[in-house]
Every structure is written in C-alpha cells, then in structure tokens.
Design a protein around this ligand. Structure first.
Ligand code: G3P
Ligand code: CA
Length: 251
C-alpha cells in the first residue's frame, strides 16, 4: 500500500463509524488500511491496562464506575457499543493486551496514557510481551511525569508530550509558549510534541518545533482543507476520527 507523509493516525480507532477504543473500531481501522491507530489507556483496580478514553465508564456504557475502582471482570460486563449503533451491541472494553494482538506487520499503535505513573510497569510488561518492532509502538501523554518516566523505562520507543495550546487575549501570547514546550521535551529526552490543531497552531510554531529536530503531531482533524494546510507545513502526524477517508483523499 502506498505510504503518504504525514502519518495519518486513526483516533480511538475508526471512531467516526465504530465505537471508540473498541476492537471493532480498531480492527475496522486496520481493515481499511490505516497506518496507525491511537488508543487511550487507564489502569484497573486489579492492575490491568484498560483501553478507554474517560476515567469513568458512564459516557460509553451508560453505567457509572471509575476504571481504577473496577476489576477487569467488572469492566468486561459493560456494553460500550450500543451508544454508537445497535449493530455494535455488546462490544466490550478491550485490554491493551488484546489490542496489541491486532496490530498488522509494519503498522503502528500510539498509546495515550490517561492515568498516572502507576500504570508504567504494567504498560511495559504488556509492550514487551507483545514482541513487536520498536517502531510499531509510540507513547503519548499530557502527563509530563508519565512521558518522562516512560522514556526512562522504554527508551527504544518514540514518546511525545501532548499539549493543549491556549491563547491569552490579555497578554496576546500563546500558552504554553513553544520555547517552553521544546525545553520540556528536550529535558526529558522525548521525541516530540503532539498538540491540538486549533487556530493557535501556526506554521511558525511548526517550524520552531521541527527546527529542533523534534516530531510534531496534531489532533483531532476531520476537515480535509485543514489537513492539506497541515501537510503543507510539514506536520509529521495527523490524528483524525476518519483516518482512511482522509488518507484516500490525500493519495
Ligand atoms: O491524539 C491525542 C488526542 O487523542 C488527545 O485528546 O481527548 O482525544 O484523548 P483526546
Ligand atoms: Ca487520546
């Protein structure tokens, strides 16, 4: 299959059509030819690495519960497919172990750590057990301690810091400033940044990051015109709910 630059990343799997962060969504992304899939992980009460975006099960299952207070058995009783479409009724919350087994040769999984550093040793066990090539796994997190410590225990994997960009109309400055973000990334020996692709992200910001030899990924872009602009700036990775639709339009 023809490769295109940037890496087009299927956000929570093929989440435009299938329930986010489920095997249905992830396998649909692979079947449609995705180069990379992004998922979110939390740690359960019994130390299993669980694939779900929110800390709570309420939004996707309709039943209240915190992942950190639930066992894997309790988590597996939930239906997280019906909210999206009745055809996905009884779709379950997967473990990272289950998701790692779906990755086709030469395809990539991007794991976003949504919980604290306590998850790291369990994450490492799962990643090592999957026996994939180091370039098939990347780790991202908003948590600086999470990415910093992940790099220490998993140095062979690409690890990027996530950052929300904000604009302060009083000071007329972007926060956090790109220089500050670059400094943090370099200090922790990380591979790059992954930022929100809103109006605040500019070509100048992009060039500043890339001139330091760092990767720059963005999320979540479902608009083709915006994607074309980001491609022209040289963005390395674009996270989208419609990865295969976007990929085909770019080909
Ligand atoms: O790829 C990064 C992006 O997924 C971060 O935002 O809320 O979708 O996890 P969120
Ligand atoms: Ca995410």
């Amino acid at each position: 299959m023809k490769k295109i630059k940037p890496l087009i990343i299927a956000h929570r799997g093929e989440s435009y059509d299938a329930p986010e962060n489920t095997l249905a969504s992830i396998n649909l992304a692979w079947q449609r030819g995705a180069e990379a899939v992004e998922i979110d992980v939390h740690l359960s009460k019994d130390n299993n690495v669980i694939v779900i975006h929110d800390a709570s099960t309420k939004r996707v299952s309709g039943k209240s519960g915190r992942i950190k207070n639930l066992t894997l058995h309790e988590i597996k009783n939930l239906d997280v497919g019906s909210w999206k479409n009745v055809k996905y009724k009884n779709e379950k919350i997967p473990t990272l172990e289950e998701v790692l087994k779906t990755i086709p040769p030469n395809k990539k999984l991007i794991i976003e750590i949504k919980s604290g550093v306590k998850i790291l040793p369990f994450l490492k066990i799962e990643i090592k057990r999957a026996n994939l090539k180091p370039n098939q796994i990347e780790i991202i997190s908003f948590g600086y301690a999470a990415v910093k410590n992940a790099k220490l225990i998993l140095p062979e994997y690409k690890i990027l810091l996530l950052a929300d960009l904000d604009y302060n109309s009083y000071t007329q400055l972007v926060s956090p400033p790109v220089e500050k973000l670059i400094e943090k990334v370099k200090k922790a020996n990380l591979d790059g940044l992954n930022v929100w692709a809103g109006k605040i992200l500019t070509e100048e910001f992009t060039q500043k990051v890339k001139s330091k030899g760092l990767l720059l990924y963005v999320w979540t872009v479902n608009d083709f015109e915006k994607t074309k602009e980001l491609v022209s700036w040289g963005i390395d990775g674009i996270t989208t709910d419609r990865a295969n639709w976007m990929r085909e339009k770019l080909l």
